[in-house]
Each structure stands twice: as C-alpha cells, then as structure tokens.
Write a new protein. Structure first.
Length: 432
C-alpha cells in the first residue's frame, strides 16, 4: 500500500512547485494530473520540431517565480529578451521607435519636448519607487494622478499591459503592476530555451528525484473533507485518503471538486475571480522580412508582437518563433474573427510578405492567461488554506496575493507547501 502525506491536484507551475517544497522536506507526495501532459498553461507544443509556448511567455529575471526556482536549485537556459533590443510602438497604423533611455527619449519623434520631460521623470520615479508605499488604488487612478500628458499615458498603459497581460486599468490594482514594470526596467525578461516545458521538466525531474510520485491521466472528480483527512475520488475508481490536499486547478474546477465548497471561502474566491484572456497567434517563420522589428507594442490598441527566438532556442533548423497577442478587456465582448485579422494586420505592418516565410502556425483565439488577478473588486486574497476545511489548500495563478501570472502561480504553490510544513505531527494515511 502506498502512503502519502499530501496529494497535489494539478501539475502546472503551482502544483509542481508545491510538490518540490514538500518532497525536499521528506514528505510523501503524489501529484494527480487529469491529462496525459504536465504543465497546464506552461505547456510547449512541438510542431514538427518548432517549439511553441501557448502564446508569448517571459520569466521576469528578478520576479518571484525566478527567485523561488533559484531557491529550489533550478536554473533555466535562455536569454534576456530585453537587452539589447529596440522597442517599437504601433500608433495610427504606423510604426514608431519607443524611447527607453535618455538618448532615445531626446531623439524620439513620437513625443513632444514637454512629453519627453514628463516621460523621463516618470521612468526615473518608477525606478526609485518604493512599491510598498503605493496606495491601494486602481492603475487608472494612479496614472491619472501621476501622468498629465496623453501620449505618455498611452505609452505607459502599453507597458503595463505588456507586463501584466491585463487590459483593464480601471480594475487593476496599481501596486502589482508597478512592481512588474519596475522589474522589467531593472532586470528584464528571460525567454527560455526549449520553451516553458523546460521549466516543467526540471520541476518534474527534481520532484521525482526527491521521491514525489507524478501520475498523469488521473482525473480527480471529488474531494470530500473530513476532520482529519480528505477523501479524493478519481474517475477511474481510485480513492485516496490523505491528510492534506493542495488543489492547483482553476477556481471553477476547485469548486466543482470539493463537496460543500459553496459553504466555504472558496465560493467567495471563485465569485470574485475575473479571468484574463488573450487572442494569440504563434508563427514559425524562416526569417523576418524586416529584422529591425523584433519587439512591438500597440499604443492605441491592446496588441503585442515579439520574436522569441532572438533570445531563446526554439528549433533545431533555425526556424524563428514569433508570437502576437491581443489583450482582451474582461469587461468587453470578444470577436475572434476581428482579433485574428488584427494580429495578421500587425504582421503585415511589421513584416510585409511574412506569409511567404511561414513554416507553421498556432492560433489560440481565447487563451486564458490567468484565472484572476489583483483587482479593485477582490474582497480578499485567496488561500492558501480554506479556513472552513482544515487540510485543504489552493494554489494557482488566481491564488496570487500581490503577484501576477507565473509569479502568482509559483508563489502560491510555495505558500501552500509552507503552510502544510508548519503543521506539527502530520499523520500519514493510505491509498485504498
């Protein structure tokens, strides 16, 4: 009979991070993944040797996820995607160089002299900003108070969308976004060789080396809470009794799994969650028709283009992988046909003739970027424990506190693991 201290439901960044922290302390761990592949949003698709993440992915070099992975002893191959690179902006269907330092600010044709001075002061202020001193206000409120020039506002909002993937400044809390902007300016972003599956593979390998068991095609259908243990039921008939369970799925999936969840804090966390989605087009391309255009953001539209292969190895034959995204406003309706056309028009503008160079494409019309983010309608931060159900914990990108995206997923996984480890004399139950 196998015995476990903790069952982790879900094998994304959050679940595998939790498994690593628990396993390295000698806890017996089982990770249950409903599909045949690990990773969740951190999957990478291999399309005839061209490696494509699910949309554009970057790991902040000085972010929470990178720091926690380093703490676990995991190093990642790849390159800094922001150094050196010329940033372009799309405005009124034209391409402009976006100033990113003092010389480029002074030479920019995008901004008036007054706007140049405002931008220079703004960037200096963000770099010196004590994030903990930022008030609990929306990003829009912060921008309205700090930036008087309309073009500088547009530029700053574009950078905020880029770092948070959220296109809702009136909803976003300012503090987490400003933290991401500051990190991007200070240390940049890592594009990972082999795609984000590299992170998953390293987490999996290390967790298994520490004794964790990782099981795929194991669909958890029900979690029943008892005072000293949880009963986990799977669709194949497997039943596991375990003292502690970490649910590293979406809030909706967690609600559907846990019997009696409607009477717990999990119901509130699910109701307050505002999912973030984006339309993404990933392209394997033989060459870029205009090599000057490696990285561009929309100034009057919520769009983004990046050549991920400028910093990461994503093919063996030299095929480049570029990614485009349109950030959806969670309060507005989505038109998939219009979104795809917009992304293709961005490619036409940046790289005329690109269709003749295409090797492979991947279109994701409504990719869930994150199941929640820090926003003004959030009543309380989710987890890691469900107070009404001792022994059940949650983790995932929606369980961030002041973190976002991958930082939220990895941080929440660590939080859940540490809370379990702080418990004394944890009993061990059996599989039956």
């Amino acid at each position: 009979m196998l015995t476990y201290d903790v069952a982790v439901v879900g094998s994304g960044l959050a679940g595998l991070t939790a498994a690593n922290f628990l396993a390295r302390e000698g806890k017996k761990i089982v990770v249950l993944e409903k599909t045949k592949r690990l990773g969740g949003r951190a999957m990478t698709n291999d399309k005839n040797g061209v490696l494509m993440n699910l949309g554009p992915h970057g790991l902040y070099v000085s972010g929470d996820a990178a720091n926690i992975l380093t703490e676990l002893g995991i190093s990642l191959p790849g390159g800094n995607a922001t150094k050196p690179i010329q940033l372009h902006g799309i405005l009124n269907h034209d391409v402009h160089v976006i100033p990113t330092d003092f010389p480029s600010i002074m030479s920019s044709t995008l901004l008036s002299w007054k706007a140049k001075l405002i931008l220079g002061k703004l960037m200096g202020k963000v770099m010196r900003l004590n994030i903990s001193s930022v008030q609990e206000v929306s990003l829009k409120e912060w921008v309205d108070a700090e930036i008087s020039d309309q073009m500088v506002r547009q530029l700053f909002y574009s950078i905020c969308r880029l770092t948070s993937y959220v296109n809702a400044p009136a909803l976003q809390l300012a503090k987490p976004v400003l933290k991401q902007v500051k990190r991007s300016l200070q240390a940049g972003v890592l594009y990972i060789d082999g795609g984000w599956v590299t992170v998953i593979q390293k987490l999996k390998k290390q967790a298994e080396a520490l004794g964790a068991e990782i099981v795929t095609n194991k669909n958890v259908t029900n979690i029943e809470h008892h005072e000293h243990y949880q009963i986990i039921q799977c669709s194949d008939g497997t039943v596991i009794h375990v003292p502690n369970c970490i649910i590293a799925t979406s809030p909706k999936e967690a609600m559907n799994m846990v019997t009696g969840a409607e009477h717990t804090s999990l119901r509130l966390w699910n109701e307050q969650a505002i999912p973030v989605t984006a339309c993404c087009l990933d392209i394997g391309i033989k060459k870029l028709p205009n090599p000057k255009h490696q990285f561009a953001i929309g100034l009057d539209q919520a769009l983004f283009f990046t050549n991920q292969s400028r910093a990461a190895k994503l093919s063996e034959d030299g095929t480049l992988v570029v990614s485009l995204a349109k950030y959806h406003n969670p309060m507005e309706e989505i038109n998939i046909k219009t979104d795809k056309l917009q992304l293709e028009l961005v490619m036409d503008l940046l790289h005329p003739g690109w269709r003749n160079e295409v090797v492979v494409q991947q279109f994701l019309p409504k990719l869930t970027v994150s199941h929640d983010f820090p926003h003004t309608k959030r009543i309380e931060n989710p987890g890691p424990s469900i107070p009404e159900m001792k022994g059940i914990f949650i983790a995932g990108d929606w369980a961030g506190h002041e973190e976002v995206l991958a930082d939220a997923a990895v941080s929440s996984g660590k939080r859940a693991a540490l809370e379990i480890l702080q418990a004394n004399d944890m009993p061990v139950a059996k599989e039956g």
